[in-house]
Ligand binder design. Sequence first.
Ligand code: COA
Length: 196
Amino acid sequence: MPVTEVAGLREIDTPPLRGFRKVRSHLGAAFFNMGVNGFPFHAVRQGYLRACGMKIGSQVAIMRGAIVIRPEQISVGSHCIFGFNVFLGGEGGIQIGSNVNISSFCAILGGRHDFDDPTFRPILNPVIIEDYAWLATRVTIAGGVRIGRGAVVAAGAVVTRDVPPYHVVGGVPAKKIRERNPEACVYEFNYQPWFF
Ligand SMILES: CC(C)(COP(=O)(O)OP(=O)(O)OC[C@H]1O[C@@H](n2cnc3c(N)ncnc32)[C@H](O)[C@@H]1OP(=O)(O)O)[C@@H](O)C(=O)NCCC(=O)NCCS
């Protein structure tokens, strides 16, 4: 996917989906969001998302209630945790590393609109979240943003700019609070609680 800079944001240009890939992406995501996302087993939910084209590593937990758009443009490393009711808007692509924790009610937005354009044209922005990052509850990540390795985003923040590795940010828009101990980033999540 070619990536260009538009008004300070990274914008991608994705070829339109056709045929089987279009059905798999749109219908597959629709059924996931309408019910499969509430099915009480991780293996079933993740198996379904993989069948829709989403890349998911081993030992990942995606709790119930996730809403996923364009699953084939989303990749997740291993040993990650997604809390309840996360929103993954993959229109612009989402790349998530390993040992990343995305807490409940977070929203990752892979697109926006050019509101100065008379057609309100969509802009697709990739989001990258590196290993060991933690997004606390109700964080919103705007498109085009990279969350650096080990970075922490405090609850309720809206992130509109890249967050450097090991920075702790919070607020709206998110600003630096402090830095995190890089040596803490050695743990490995293996968390798939039954019925969650
Ligand atoms: C990230 C978090 C753990 C704070 O970490 P911390 O570095 O220990 O923060 P502190 O409590 O020492 O506060 C440091 C500063 O950041 C501010 N701050 C803390 N949380 C903040 C938030 N969510 N938004 C904005 N500012 C925040 C504090 O007010 C303080 O500011 P001050 O120095 O001007 O007084 C916490 O804010 C948070 O997000 N908690 C929610 C955890 C969560 O979502 N749990 C459920 C999923 S597991």
